[in-house]
Design a binder for this molecule. Structure first.
Ligand code: SF4
Length: 393
């Protein structure tokens, strides 16, 4: 790959700096903007591994719900996956997702922990996406290898956990809030021990009216970061009604008006853009960017990251099952799959770039849900980005 700013040594030095700098609102190594300009094409700096399709919950907003199973076959050798990862010398971050990556102690011992050990041996920044509802010892057995523990949290009160978490379960336990209590105990203990717990809330018609209460609970539990994402209408989540952008914007304003300033708020796949023809959208983005301890992350999916199933070797652009695989590492390496994806019509459609706004374009599902038919390449940012640089129009 031809480098724009740097030759290979300089590139590796810049990537090493990204890996080594502490994670903060100023240094989010998952944001694809962190490596913009280092090469003439987007670099593959992040791999997310789906370690299982087993999960003890069946949440209503689950974007991989249709592929969850009760038993599973592991058809792809872990050594072959690691050999493919070895070939990617541009990696900075590494994520583990599911299902629930701690669904069983055996899964932890045979897959989750070995992969995290591999990633840490390479000096990568690591994240585990978990519901954190299982016994604490299971998480403690790999927590030293984790930089960010990413937890779903959408519950203003216990009854909402019972409704959301078992929405597609065959069986609801006698005490349907017991796992919420354990999750909250786990969050408290891990946070008190200095672990970086990042709680994610999906903005739905159920969470939006009570986002302030949800944020207050997350802060009180000791989470260091609160991630806010739109509903991704994939799998189970596709059966939910998607909030209008105005409802979303109202929830964001209420959250920012009452938020705990100690908690970093990260907006992922934020559906309000600097190029929006609607001035209220640009004003909301400017308002968000002007808040301390608040960031808007460019979407990693397909911009610096691929997802791979450790069960099959299938590679996806995102872990959302409905998008379908773009390759398989049994047949070819990540880099070949990455370059084919970048050359695809889908990538071309949504991969715009406005340097003034530090924006790399919309998430694919956000674009299809909220902006069907928009020609992103015909648009241009009408405002700048970054605290101190914002120029709302
Ligand atoms: S990069 Fe794309 S989405 Fe972002 S402001 Fe520019 S045209 Fe809009």
């Amino acid at each position: 790959m031809k480098l724009v700013l740097a030759h290979q040594d300089e590139l590796q030095r810049r990537l090493a700096t990204l890996r080594e700098t502490p994670i903060s609102p100023e240094n989010d190594p998952w944001d694809p903007y962190a490596t913009v300009g280092l090469a003439d094409k987007p670099l593959l700096t992040s791999i997310e591994v789906t370690v299982t399709n087993l999960c003890n919950l069946r949440c209503e907003h689950c974007a991989v719900g249709d592929v969850l199973t009760d038993t599973e076959q592991r058809a792809f050798p872990l050594d072959d996956l690691m050999a493919r990862l070895d070939e990617v010398d541009t990696l900075v971050t590494f994520s583990v997702t599911g299902g629930e990556p701690a669904a069983s102690q055996r899964l932890v011992d045979e897959v989750t922990r070995p992969l995290l050990q591999y990633a840490k041996a390479r000096g990568l920044r690591t994240q585990v996406n978990t519901n954190l509802t299982l016994p604490l010892e299971r998480y403690e057995s790999f927590i030293d290898l984790v930089d960010v523990l990413h937890v779903s949290y959408n519950y203003p009160e216990p009854a909402e956990f019972a409704r959301i978490a078992y929405a597609y379960s065959d069986r609801v336990p006698k005490d349907p809030t017991a796992l919420l209590r354990r999750m909250e105990r786990n969050i408290r203990e891990l946070s008190a021990a200095g672990r970086f717990v990042s709680a994610e809330t999906i903005l739905t018609r159920a969470t939006l009216p009570r986002i302030e209460e949800i944020h207050a609970r997350i802060a009180e539990l000791g989470c260091r970061r609160h991630e806010i994402h739109p509903l991704y209408p994939s799998d189970f989540a596709a059966r939910m009604s998607v909030p209008a952008l105005e409802e979303y914007a109202d929830g964001v304003r209420r959250l920012l008006a009452t938020r705990n300033p100690e908690v970093w708020i990260l907006f992922g796949t934020f559906p309000f853009f600097a190029c929006s023809p609607d001035p209220t959208h640009r004003q909301l983005l400017a308002h968000v960017l002007a808040q301390p301890n608040t960031t808007v992350r460019n979407d990693p999916d397909g911009r610096n990251r691929l997802n791979v199933s450790s069960l099959t070797g299938d590679v996806l652009v995102a872990d959302f099952a409905s998008l379908g695989p773009v390759g398989n590492i049994g047949r070819e390496g990540f880099q070949a799959i990455w370059e084919r994806w970048l050359a695809s019509q889908t990538a071309a459609r949504i991969h715009c770039h406005c340097p003034a706004a530090r924006c790399l374009g919309p998430n694919i599902i956000v674009a299809e849900t909220y902006f069907p038919g928009v020609d992103w390449h015909a648009r241009e940012a009408a405002m700048g980005a970054g605290r101190g640089l914002v120029r709302p129009t």
